[in-house]
Every structure is written in structure tokens, then in C-alpha cells.
Design a binder for this molecule. Structure first.
Ligand code: ZN
Ligand code: ZN
Length: 108
């Protein structure tokens, strides 16, 4: 099966949208583009109704930082062994919170 491709010039904006769930001006295009909508629907297996509700869906699927509440790059379905900034005991942190808490302690 061939994966649908979004419009090439919007690919970067779509990837940023997928990664963060944040709606930006460059995404308004998606509302009127079958190709870009089809790509998102295929990636998420969710029907596109509006940009805002789709963004909401993405954010709900993301693991949130337990400290600041921002979405992290990780999906709730990601195994904890494949994540960074995950603290034993079930807490996902974002990079900046992790750095703040552990700054100077972690030796890479
Ligand atoms: Zn498009
Ligand atoms: Zn955080």
C-alpha cells in the first residue's frame, strides 16, 4: 500500500504539526487540501474535521511533561525505554525541565 504524500511545500509544516500539535498560520492550507488532510488521516487513522480538533487529538496522544504540562516529543504508546528524560516511577519530563532539575548532575 502506498502512503499518501502531502504537498511537498507543506511537508515541513505538517511534520512540525505532528510533532507538537501546535496550530500555526501555515497550516490553514490543510483545511482546503485533500492531499494534506489525507496524509494526516492516514498517519493518525483519525478523520479530519477541523484543524483545531485534529490538533487536540494530537496533543491528547502526546505524553505531557509532569512538571510544566507541555507536550513532549513522545507518544503515550512509546515504550519508556525508547524515551529520553523519562524518570523512573512513571514521570515524563520535557528536555528543559529535565535539564533544570538535573543540570550538572548528569554526566553524558
Ligand atoms: Zn496540501
Ligand atoms: Zn517540562
Amino acid at each position: 500500500m502506498r502512503i499518501k504524500e502531502p504537498c511537498p511545500e507543506y511537508r515541513e509544516a505538517l511534520m512540525a504539526f505532528i510533532a507538537t500539535g501546535e496550530v500555526s498560520d501555515s497550516l490553514i492550507h490543510i483545511n482546503n487540501c485533500d492531499k494534506c488532510r489525507g496524509f494526516l488521516e492516514e498517519v493518525f487513522q483519525v478523520t479530519f474535521t477541523s484543524l483545531e480538533s485534529f490538533a487536540e487529538t494530537i496533543r491528547e496522544m502526546k505524553e505531557k511533561c509532569v512538571r510544566c504540562g507541555k507536550a513532549t516529543p513522545y507518544w503515550k504508546s512509546d515504550h519508556i525505554d525508547s524515551r529520553l528524560y523519562y524518570v523512573d516511577g512513571g514521570s515524563q519530563l520535557c528536555k528543559s525541565c529535565y535539564d533544570e532539575i538535573y543540570e550538572g548532575i548528569i554526566d553524558e
